[in-house]
Write a protein that binds this ligand. Structure first.
Ligand code: BGC
Length: 754
């Protein structure tokens, strides 16, 4: 019986593989046929992407106009549009492409579905703090369901840029500082967006961005130069992109930065040698907004003609709102400067994704008004983002057990403009979400009726209304609300203060040189503390902040990021203990901005400690060199104890599986979840290795008093590293294994690899 079953499974698998193979063959044949019919201009058209609305994420290029875009659409000179949204609008542009052009090739419709479409999940950095890969995948699925119901079939996400620099505003959009966690999250997001079947009506093509090293912009300044060594490139920057490619991501976006003197958009090394040749990526690469033109301002191309030549040769397949390909490519081919096969390669890649999405079979498949109405804002989506929001919260400190709050008989002061803000929690990437649609913390806490809740603003964060395209430069100095806040705090048992950044103070082009609480919020915190020290500080922010004073004085600190549409409900449920927090930081929190870049997987240096008791060791003279909160750190309303770290032996051969186990006990009084983290250290190698590297984690739920043995396996996939040529190697040598609830993981064991 068993054998018959197995045989059936094999036959099905075989038939399945054959079908996919023949489907792929059919797609390639259909592409061949199309390519034969296409003029050079039509081929260039497929490589041309226009934005639907002006000034969405960048300046409108000179000479560009809506009329010209429509004219090009009608000629079949546009392969994709971005930021057109809503069934009606998408249908209108698709209709032109399909019904009015000579070949009727459908458009692929792109949109920045970064952490949800209309119903927003937490910002991606916050989601990564959950370390819950299933939940992260589910969040991307929900986002894909809403976006696809609105006519969209391609998202510009996930952003998989690793960053160690909290000054960079876009850290909110990634998964933090670690390539292992970053790779797992990248995979989960790609699978969530694309599902098992890209041609299904509720899945969309994903786009891993920004290729590459954008997160290493010098001094955290947006769009800045990147100059990093090959070891960092191969071991830190590239792994999440590789993971996305391995997970089947259909597209990549290149980046605004130059890397070691070459703008990424024009880098053959990145796009041809690594991505398309070494990794066998068969999808396409879209440029970032106008980044082809920016090669001129970088000083890498003389003019748009040269920019087009460089980028098409380097493997940038589609020009996002840059007008470079559409204006230059056809002539370059006709002049014999570039060969037509470069266009054929790019167009084949673009058409392949369109075929895989099923757009050729039904170009209007994402244009169903009834589905749009039913899906967008569906209560199920709210449930999903609420679940994700609770999982993303990190408890940083809970001295005196101020949390969970008592549900009855308490006078609670709620202070801070962000506590009542229904806009800021949506973050800065929320193009399709309506303003002021988040549940505020105030509204969330009002659901708990057993206490007396009094709200006082205290102080604004900024002087002006923050918006997507406008810069918020001025943090307020107005302290006129302090008196009311102090009066309310004085009369209360507990003060909940919601402080942090406005949602538009992080994100693209929102770099900061100061990581303190903006405006007069720090002063407000200190003043309130003088009248009532029973403070629960709830942070709303899109990056690690330097909150040294708060850590020293405030008994309870909760990192609540920008949690999206259901923010207030998630925060209230955690504060009241209806949800036990289990998030862990995906990025190190510094003591002050001068420590940045600060990250857990640093190299040891030749003088790591002050063993000789003199000044000549690697440290600062004015602040400890350790972070305020390390990577992987986060508390719970219960406590966990780690013991019994065991390896099956202490000497292994390269290629062996090395089994590691550890015992985890919930030593507190309530059920809780813990992210068990495993790190290694390769003690000596042909290229120096970090003091710790995350190589495994598991999210474990235990009832009070419960004990569980957790198993990990180390092998060639996790014990090696990339050499300076980008070759993955595993070397013999001595290793340490650490296990614990943060990167400080203190249980230790040793083994040798022969
Ligand atoms: C951003 C990309 C984004 C694109 C389209 C650019 O400014 O860097 O991440 O996908 O705009 O909106």
């Amino acid at each position: 019986m068993k054998n018959t079953l197995l045989l059936t499974v094999y036959i099905l698998l075989f038939v399945g593989c054959q079908t996919t193979k023949s489907q792929n063959q059919e797609i390639e044949q259909r592409i061949d046929m199309l390519l034969k019919q296409m003029t050079i201009e039509e081929k260039v058209g497929q490589m041309n992407q226009y934005n639907g609305f002006w000034n969405v994420t960048g300046p409108a290029p000179e000479g560009g106009s809506a009329e010209k875009k429509y004219e090009h659409l009608r000629k079949g000179w546009v392969g994709s549009m971005l930021s057109v949204r809503g069934v009606k609008e998408v249908r209108a542009v698709q209709k032109i492409a399909v019904e009015e052009t000579r070949l009727g090739i459908p458009l692929i419709i792109g949109f920045d579905v970064i952490h949800g479409y209309k119903t927003l999940s937490p910002i991606p950095l916050a989601e990564a703090a959950s370390w819950d890969l299933e939940a992260i995948k589910k969040s991307a699925e929900t986002a894909a369901a809403e976006a696809s119901a609105s006519g969209i079939n391609w998202t510009f996400g996930p952003m998989v840029d690793i960053s160690r620099d909290a000054r960079w505003g876009r850290v909110m959009e990634g998964a933090g500082e670690d390539p292992f966690l970053g790779s797992k999250v990248a995979e989960a997001r790609v699978k969530g967006f694309q599902g098992d079947d890209l041609s299904a009506v509720n899945t969309i093509a994903a786009c891993a961005k920004h290729f590459a090293a954008y997160g290493f912009s010098e001094s955290g300044k947006e769009y800045n130069t990147v100059d990093i060594g090959t070891s960092t490139l191969h071991n830190i920057v590239l792994p999440p992109f590789k993971a996305a490619v391995d997970a089947g991501v259909k597209t990549l976006m290149n980046s605004f930065n130059e890397i070691n003197g070459i703008p990424s958009t024009g880098s053959s090394y990145l796009q041809r040698d690594i991505l398309k040749d070494a990794w066998h990526f068969d999808g396409f690469v879209v440029s970032d907004w106008g980044s082809l033109n920016e090669m001129i301002t970088w000083g890498y191309a003389k003019d748009t003609r040269e920019a087009a030549k460089i980028t098409v040769t380097a493997g940038s397949d589609m020009d996002m709102e840059g007008y470079v390909y559409i204006e230059e490519l056809a002539q370059l081919v006709k002049d014999g400067v570039i060969k037509e096969y470069l266009l054929d390669d790019a167009v084949r890649r673009i058409l392949r994704v369109k075929f895989e999405l099923g757009l050729f079979d039904n170009p209007y498949k994402y244009c169903d008004e009834a589905r749009e109405k039913e899906t967008i804002g569906n209560p199920k989506n709210h449930e999903a983002v609420l679940d994700m929001a609770k999982k993303s919260i990190v408890l940083l400190k809970n001295k005196n057990h101020l949390l969970p709050l008592k549900k009855e008989g308490q006078k609670i002061a709620l202070i801070g403009t962000l506590a009542a803000d229904k806009n800021s929690p949506l973050g800065s990437w929320r193009i399709a979400a309506d303003d002021n649609t988040a549940v505020s913390v105030l509204e969330g806490m009002q659901h708990y009726k057993g206490n007396i809740l009094t709200y006082a603003k205290g102080a604004d964060v900024t002087t002006e209304k923050a918006e997507f395209v406008h810069e918020v430069k001025i943090n307020t100095t107005d302290k006129s609300g302090f008196a009311e806040a102090l009066a309310v705090a004085k009369q209360s048992d507990v003060v909940v203060m919601v402080l942090g950044e406005n949602g538009f103070q992080t994100g693209e082009a929102r770099s900061r040189t100061n990581l303190l609480l903006p405006g007069v919020q720090q002063e407000l915190l200190e003043e309130v503390y003088k009248v009532n020290p029973n403070i629960v500080l709830v942070l709303n922010n899109g990056r690690p902040l330097a909150i040294n004073w708060a850590d020293e004085h405030i008994p309870t600190i909760v990192e609540a990021w920008q949690l999206g549409t259901e923010t207030g409900n998630a925060v209230a449920q955690v504060l009241y203990g209806d949800y036990n927090p289990s998030g862990k930081l995906p990025m190190t929190f510094p003591r002050n901005v001068g420590q940045v870049p600060i990250y857990y997987n640093y190299k040891n240096t030749g003088r790591p400690t002050n063993k000789d008791n003199n000044v000549f060791w690697s440290h600062y003279t004015d602040v400890e060199k350790t972070p305020l909160y390390p990577f992987g750190y986060g508390l719970s309303y219960t406590t966990f104890e780690y013991s019994n770290l065991k390896l099956e032996g202490n000497s292994f051969k390269i290629g062996d599986d090395i089994n590691v186990s550890v015992t985890l006990k919930n030593t507190g009084k309530v059920t809780g979840k813990e992210v068990v983290q495993l790190y290694i250290r390769d003690l000596y190698a042909s290229i120096t290795r970090p003091v710790k590297e995350l190589k495994g984690f598991e999210l474990v739920e235990l009832k009070a008093g419960e004990t569980k043995t957790i198993h990990f396996t180390l092998n060639n996939k996790t014990l090696g590293f990339y050499d300076n040529d980008g070759k993955y190697i595993v070397e013999p040598g001595d290793f340490k294994v650490f296990v614990g609830g943060s990167s400080i993981a203190s249980l230790e064991a040793d083994f040798t690899l022969n």
